[in-house]
Design a protein. Structure first.
Length: 129
């Protein structure tokens, strides 16, 4: 009789442990996906070609979509993936440039080319808000 009680108690204890483990797993928050939404300051530096030596633009990222956050007559479009990979297109009048790179928590950087392929350089981003 004692061994049957012990076996039943051990089975009940095991069942409770499994139920608790399942409950804790269900309550655990989902893996955090970094959000890049907010205002960023982007510095663009020309390394090759006759384009202006540098530019600085504020950009806004909303749900991964990149846009102009300033008053400059520049169209900025692009996308930031959940892993931080970014592709951005900038145009002003008949001038266009494309940038690629990666963002992390508070910064990022990459390269760009434009001016029909005659200019290229690097860019750096810093989160502002």
């Amino acid at each position: 009789m004692t061994s049957r009680l012990f076996t039943r108690a051990r089975g009940t204890l095991m069942l409770c442990a499994l139920a608790a483990a399942a409950a804790f797993t269900a309550l655990r928050p989902a893996e955090a996906v970094p959000s890049f939404d907010g205002i960023w300051s982007v510095a663009i530096m020309t390394q090759q070609g006759p384009c202006d030596p540098s530019y600085r633009y504020p950009i806004r990222i909303t749900k991964g979509t990149v846009g102009n956050a300033g008053n400059a007559q520049v169209t900025i479009t692009g996308k930031v993936e959940k892993n931080g990979a970014v592709v951005v297109n900038v145009s002003a009048g008949d001038k266009t440039a494309t940038g690629t790179g990666r963002l992390s928590g508070k910064g990022g950087g990459g390269s760009w080319s434009g001016g029909n392929g005659i200019c290229s350089g690097v860019w750096q981003a810093e989160r502002r808000g």
